[in-house]
Design a protein around this ligand. Structure first.
Ligand code: RTP
Ligand code: MG
Length: 171
């Protein structure tokens, strides 16, 4: 792979209780599927307080922490793992800014949110090293994640065609 080839990686994403209640799971899954990412895991979960405090541990000292924990435990969430090239950064750019009011139209929070404390979706932070692995482990067993190739992968990634061409040239 050339230096420019982005890392193929897994990222953790979660439709928050407000997104579930508002019937946005399908729309959100659709956006990531349309983009070409591969859904390798997905399930409902109801966070208990301990898991929620763990998940948002980096914010423990912040004034909004208790409210954040009580919101995220208020109803079921839909947890997912998406896989693809540069998946963490791509997903975050589709999610938008933390505050929906600052999020561009076309992003999930920019299209479906209005309020900082009701921002529809969580995605692992690409600037927080190890966040993906930590959050995936908190929600999923390895046996709940499925590796497979999308049938359109060769049309989504140039490097697949390049590698196949190189491989065929050896035969
Ligand atoms: P998330 O972790 O939920 O995906 O959101 P994020 O990375 O965009 O933002 P983060 O800084 O991790 O904040 C976590 C959640 O806390 C709420 N928040 N409230 N009142 C406030 O100043 C404030 N700041 C953040 C937001 O709901 C945010 O999603
Ligand atoms: Mg965050």
């Amino acid at each position: 792979m050339s230096e420019e080839t982005p890392t193929h990686e897994r990222t953790f994403v979660m439709v928050k209780p407000d997104g579930v209640q508002r019937g946005l799971i399908g729309e959100i899954v659709n956006r990531f599927e349309d983009r070409g990412l591969t859904l390798v895991g997905g399930k409902f979960s109801r966070l208990d307080t301990e898991t929620a405090r763990d998940h948002y541990g980096e914010h423990e000292e912040k004034p909004f922490f208790d409210e954040l924990v009580s919101f995220i435990t208020a109803g079921p969430v839909f947890a997912m793992v998406w896989e693809g090239a540069d998946a963490t950064r791509q997903v975050r750019s589709m999610v938008g800014e933390t505050d929906p009011a600052e999020s561009a139209p076309g992003t999930i929070r920019g299209d479906y949110g209005l309020d900082l404390g009701r921002n529809v979706i969580h995605a692992s932070d690409h600037e927080d090293e190890g966040a993906n692995e930590r959050e995936i482990k908190l929600f999923f067993d390895e046996s709940e994640l499925y590796t497979y190739e999308r049938i359109d992968d060769p049309w989504l990634y140039e490097w697949i065609v390049t590698t196949l061409t190189w491989f065929n040239s050896l035969r």
